[in-house]
Design a protein around this ligand. Structure first.
Ligand SMILES: C[S@@+](CC[C@H](N)C(=O)[O-])C[C@H]1O[C@@H](n2cnc3c(N)ncnc32)[C@H](O)[C@@H]1O
Length: 245
């Protein structure tokens, strides 16, 4: 694997990102983060095109962001209110942003975009370093499911329409806890290849990273509506609190 490039994801997807994720509702996430922030301010790691940050700001919260992709940030900047959200371009596992926040958000599986356990541990420490005492680090991500793979590969149909079909090809490396994926988006304009790599971790490994960073778990839900997290849950929203020292 080459050196990690936090701008790579956005280079391939930024112009169609909002179209690709438009079917995912944002209301429950915005409502939950708004409540957990208790008045803010909020810092979003991997703010992207502002899918969550803009509606949070519209609710009256002060929101800042970090993103590694100038392409994604350019899309955010072009939206109404996007120029009022300060964004630091850099790697959220190490970049420093001025201020201390009530809540740091890392949504939409983005913690797994970090390429190694070391980088993820650094990310938890960096989140803690940006929190006020008692502040919250909120993560939304999927639960690894190696059983969904045969011979360590999988091909999934993600969406099917008359004008668009999206398929995902994935390869698992269990020894490294790594999943390479490429989405194939076929439209009347042609074919787009959208690669993304994921260094995945089980929920309890994330809990341990939080402890190493001086945080403890306050909640774990199966989704933003606070459904109970169970044996069958395929995703989780986990809330960690910075311990008061
Ligand atoms: C899946 S998108 C999520 C965007 C937004 N949070 C949302 O919910 O729509 C992941 C974002 O994280 C950014 N990103 C990934 N790894 C990063 C890193 N190590 N440092 C900074 N940004 C990163 C990508 O550029 C992209 O904008």
């Amino acid at each position: 694997m080459g050196e990690f490039d936090a701008a790579a994801y956005g280079r391939t997807i930024a112009d169609i990102y909002d179209e690709m994720v438009g079917h995912v509702p944002t209301g429950p996430a915005v409502e939950r983060v708004f409540r957990l922030a208790q008045g803010g301010p909020v810092l979003e790691f991997g703010i992207g095109t502002g899918r969550l940050a803009l509606p949070l700001a519209a609710r009256g919260l002060t929101v800042a962001g970090v993103d590694g992709s100038p392409d994604m940030v350019a899309i955010l900047r072009g939206k109404p209110g996007g120029d009022r959200i300060p964004v630091t371009v850099g790697d959220f596992s190490e970049v420093n942003v001025e201020g201390r926040f009530a809540l740091v958000l890392l949504a939409f599986n983005t913690v797994f975009a970090l390429p190694s356990q070391d980088a993820q541990v650094r990310c938890f420490r960096n989140a803690a370093a940006h929190l006020r005492p008692g502040g919250r680090f909120v993560i939304e991500t999927w639960v690894p499911d190696p059983a969904a793979f045969r011979d360590r590969t999988a091909l999934r149909l993600l969406s099917l329409g008359e004008d668009e079909v999206v398929v995902e090809a994935a390869r698992l490396s269990p020894a490294e806890q790594f999943m390479h994926t490429t989405k194939l988006r076929m439209t009347t304009d042609g074919l787009r290849l959208l690669p993304a790599n994921h260094r995945y971790a089980w929920p309890c490994e994330l809990d341990l990273m939080a402890r190493l960073a001086g945080m403890e778990r306050e909640h774990r839900w199966a989704d933003w509506s606070c459904a109970p997290f169970t044996d069958d849950s395929r995703a989780h929203v986990s809330v960690y609190r910075l311990l008061e020292s």
